[in-house]
Design a protein around this ligand. Structure first.
Ligand code: AQP
Length: 329
């Protein structure tokens, strides 16, 4: 069994990415693969220099979080392999299948401002690139959120069709919904989840934020002002801010929400406790990533090793797929 998961450098890595995904990835098996999906960040307008720096930062965070360096790679380091496989899969996928992707329907009009016809073609085709990410590595399990299940289903359909048409090459992947992980919410607007691409970052804790900045952001977090009841009430929108703080504390201290807040008597004390727990949880990752980022030669070496392993792993599948599909010599 090979698991494959990615993170998109659409912004700086935030606490939700860490508590909900990255720290679990660090406990995976040596066969698992994790990648920074920088090519996926190009489907809407972006700044190339910022994309490069976010990609490097995410790579450093993944390694500092404890994921073995040879299990991590940057997607664009496999552009040649992925480009070739994406083409074969685009020749396997129908226009109708790509157009049915809910994320395309939701994002295409909104992002371009000119309706679907103004959306980048890559917004339509990126699920096929995602299928190539999965199938190149022969991944059998793809942990994803509910919004990505449809894309993994597409990868399954394309793998089956390719195998049936040209010959068996690809293991059939399946989406796995990770066990309920902490869903961290924005500190200033707890009605939405914490996200790395949120424009106003006062409610977002970035993994590389300095401790003082973390304290300030948590001090300003929305609570309900009135009751000073220190408990989590999932599903009650009026208490979403306090619930979020309690759940962050529980996730950082590996305890249940009631146990985590035992002895805390005020919102002020709750915020101070949450801030210190977040700072301590992120400290080793921030320190490790900062050290790596200060040594570009070492980070470059680590990056090359991961890319080499990922390319090597996919090589025989790609050449078999090209040969069976009638391409190359
Ligand atoms: N707030 C969150 N709480 C728990 N888990 C979260 N994840 C993201 N936000 C939270 C998990 O992080 C992993 C990598 O995320 P992604 O890059 O695939 O994209 P995303 O889910 O769309 O993350 P963001 O931060 O919200 O990015 P943008 O702003 O670009 O949309 C995933 O496993 C995700 O579940």
């Amino acid at each position: 069994m090979t698991r494959l998961s990615g993170i998109t450098p659409s912004g700086r890595v935030q606490l939700g990415n860490y508590l909900g995904a990255i720290r679990h990835w660090a406990k995976g098996s040596g066969d698992d693969l994790y990648f920074v999906s920088d090519l996926h960040a190009m489907t809407t307008a972006y700044n190339p220099a910022r994309l490069r720096s976010l990609t490097t930062e995410q790579l450093a965070v993944l390694i500092a979080a404890g994921i073995p360096a040879d299990s991590v790679f940057v997607q664009s380091d496999l552009t040649r392999e992925l480009g070739a496989l994406t083409w074969l899969l685009e020749c396997t996928c129908t226009y109708g299948e790509a157009g049915r992707m809910i994320q395309f329907k939701e994002k295409a009009g909104a992002k371009s401002g000119k309706g679907r016809t103004g959306a980048r073609l890559s917004l339509l085709t990126y699920p096929v690139l995602m299928a190539a990410d999965i199938l190149l590595q022969g991944a059998t399990e793809v942990p994803v959120g509910a919004d990505q299940v449809q894309h993994v289903e597409l990868a399954r359909a394309l793998a089956r069709r390719f195998n049936a048409t040209y010959g068996e090459v690809f293991p059939i992947p399946r989406a796995v919904l990770p066990p309920v992980a902490a869903r961290v919410r924005d500190l200033s607007d707890p009605s939405r989840k914490m996200s790395k691409s949120t424009r106003d970052s006062v409610g977002v804790i970035f993994v590389l934020d300095e401790p003082d900045l973390i304290r300030r952001k948590i001090r300003r977090a929305v609570t309900d002002g009135a009751t000073e009841t220190i408990s989590a009430e999932p599903g009650n929108p009026a208490r979403a801010g306090v619930t979020n703080l309690v759940e962050i504390l529980a996730a950082c201290t590996a305890s249940d929400p009631d146990g985590a807040v035992a002895g805390i008597g005020s919102y002020r004390q709750l915020k101070e406790t949450v801030a210190e727990a977040v700072i301590e949880t992120l400290r080793p990752v921030r320190e490790g990533a900062t050290t790596l980022l200060a040594d570009p030669a070492e980070l470059g070496r680590v990056r090359k090793t991961g890319a080499g392993r990922a390319a090597e792993r996919g090589e025989h599948r790609l050449s078999a797929a090209l040969r069976l599909a009638g391409a190359g010599q």
